[in-house]
Write a protein that binds this ligand. Structure first.
Ligand SMILES: CC(C)(COP(=O)(O)OP(=O)(O)OC[C@H]1O[C@@H](n2cnc3c(N)ncnc32)[C@H](O)[C@@H]1OP(=O)(O)O)[C@@H](O)C(=O)NCCC(=O)NCCS
Length: 169
């Protein structure tokens, strides 16, 4: 506050969103591990990662880089990746008239870099990407115990349409 901006540069500290690269995968896997740990805290042991999760996750995520119907975005602040979003265009079963829809798997911003607009910039860029491909509905799952996450999604314009229920057997 009150400090002069660097001459000729973009404003320091503003988030910038770009498509992820293969070289981002290690950093993104570290973020996804944080996301999984957070879900163990709020959702319980079913979110614990398997011993070989990193290879599996990277295999899945790299299929979202450079593909026309899948999306992996990275958010940078000051040139460093601090968040990511993973999404795809999916198809409902053939019995339905409207089949194509967008799905966001994950959005994550590192704890120390939150509330600076990176999450919103990632979701905004993903929505533009879906819109440009004629997708008119996007869905996602968020854990019922993730109150901050649910508040974020409602801020992004998402509403609850389905309750997924489970019980112990
Ligand atoms: C949810 C998350 C991605 C938000 O990222 P972020 O970079 O902090 O979000 P932004 O700074 O872009 O905030 C966007 C808007 O959402 C609001 N918002 C963000 N987090 C919020 C929260 N916990 N509660 C209420 N509003 C929130 C911001 O106030 C902002 O609104 P404004 O523009 O009116 O001020 C980040 O907190 C995160 O990674 N959380 C842990 C993982 C998670 O829960 N992911 C989503 C569910 S899978």
């Amino acid at each position: 506050m009150g400090q002069a901006r660097p001459v000729g540069g973009s404003e320091s500290g503003d988030p910038r969103v770009r498509t992820a690269r293969i070289t981002d995968l290690d950093a993104l896997a570290g973020m996804w591990e944080e996301l999984a740990k957070y879900h163990v805290e709020i959702g319980g042991p079913e979110y614990r990662l398997a011993p070989r999760w990193r290879g599996e996750w990277q295999r899945f995520t790299r299929k979202h880089i450079g593909r026309k119907d899948r999306l992996c975005l990275a958010a940078e602040i000051d040139g460093i990746a601090v968040g990511f979003l993973l999404a795809a265009i999916l198809q409902r079963p053939k019995v339905f008239e409207h089949r194509r829809y967008g799905h966001i798997y994950d959005v994550f911003v590192e704890a120390g870099r939150r509330n600076r607009g990176a999450g919103q910039a990632l979701v905004g860029a993903a929505m533009d990407w879906f819109r440009a491909r004629g997708v008119d509905r996007v869905e996602l799952y968020t854990h019922a115990m993730n109150a901050p996450g649910r508040r974020f999604w409602s801020k992004m314009g998402f509403e609850t349409t389905v309750h997924i229920m489970d019980r112990r057997v």
